[in-house]
Write a new protein. Structure first.
Length: 185
């Protein structure tokens, strides 16, 4: 009987091959200091929004109230976006497992998330997503403070699916190679 071992294939990726199943787990971050800094930013952002909201009721000028309402709208958007990113970075992971003729993907956040199942025969065009490193939006989506963009895509039916959140190029290439190998058999 063979002993199953977990192999690390990137900075944030581990793989296990056992009993006809190839599984991959991608953790969102390996940097605790950045996670702590994100928590501090989220805490202070929440505190500032609460202070502004509580002081809103003391305002008498209608124009100032309108400005505060607009500010609170932006505050709420960034509160939600940052809280979502923090939850994913703290409690989340991406799980991929291939067993027989099924390819499964789950973006798990504290046991929640949608599990997707695909027939391996219908997966087409599995490839790296090209990123323009000089593009401002690419730079922003690869920052630590957001969940970010995926690194690998494939077509299933008429829809494109993506996985591998914020992987660097070397890790994405290695994961793609391992997934392709597991899909072959």
């Amino acid at each position: 009987m063979a002993i199953d071992t977990i192999e690390v294939i990137g900075k944030r990726i581990s793989t296990l091959k056992a009993d006809g199943v190839s599984s991959f787990v991608i953790i969102p971050t390996a940097s605790n200091w950045k996670l702590n800094l994100l928590f501090a930013w989220l805490f202070l952002w929440t505190l500032s929004g609460c202070i502004v909201l509580f002081n809103y009721f003391t305002l008498t000028n209608t124009n100032i109230k309108l400005v505060v309402i607009v500010w609170l709208g932006f505050w709420a958007y960034f509160e939600f976006t940052t809280a979502r990113a923090f939850m994913f970075k703290k409690f989340g992971k991406e799980k991929i497992w291939i067993k027989g003729s099924t390819f499964n993907y789950w973006r798990d956040v504290a046991g929640r998330g949608k599990k997707l199942e695909f027939e391996t025969d219908l997966i087409k065009d599995l490839k790296l997503i090209e990123k323009n490193k000089k593009d401002f939006f690419t730079f922003m989506s690869d920052s630590f403070w957001v969940i970010g963009t995926e690194s690998i895509s494939f077509t299933y039916g008429a829809k494109i699916y993506r996985l591998g959140v914020q992987l660097d190029e070397a890790d994405a290439k290695e994961l793609l190679k391992q997934i392709k190998h597991a899909l072959k058999g």
